[in-house]
Design a protein. Structure first.
Length: 134
């Protein structure tokens, strides 16, 4: 036989079957969590928009009614008009505040607690002393 030249083999690179299974498991868990968390974040955005759209009322009761109308259009039920904390600001208008929490069950006893809050105050400070309802 003649001189057979052996080429140097490069070490193969890639993912093993076990690595692929682990990656799919991690991606599946993250996707499951995202599918449960994202709807609550969309609901929070709907509540914030409804609050900003209804803050121009002249009385706290009028603001609550406007918020409840926005609530019907926005299809959310975590916060109602009565749950809003309405505070008279220095400009003669009202600042609205809300906060609520959502418990999202995952598997068995595991769950995620999401705490949401929002305000229309310019400085972002939530004041808890409500204005008197008319």
């Amino acid at each position: 036989m003649s001189n057979i030249q052996y080429s140097t083999f490069k070490k193969q690179q890639g993912i093993t079957l076990i690595g692929l299974i682990m990656a799919i498991a991690v991606i599946s868990v993250l996707a499951m969590i995202a599918m449960k968390v994202v709807p609550t974040m969309i609901e929070y955005n709907s509540i914030s928009k409804a609050m900003n759209n209804s803050k121009n009322g002249t009385t706290p009761r009028e603001i609550q009614i406007a918020f409840d109308k926005q609530r019907e259009v926005g299809y959310f039920d975590a916060v109602t008009g009565k749950d809003l904390v309405i505070v008279k600001n220095n400009d003669g208008g009202f600042d609205l505040n809300f906060s609520y929490s959502k418990k999202i069950p995952l598997v068995g006893p595991a769950s995620i607690l999401m705490e949401y809050s929002g305000t229309t105050a310019k400085n972002g400070v939530v004041v808890t002393k409500p204005a008197k309802a008319d």
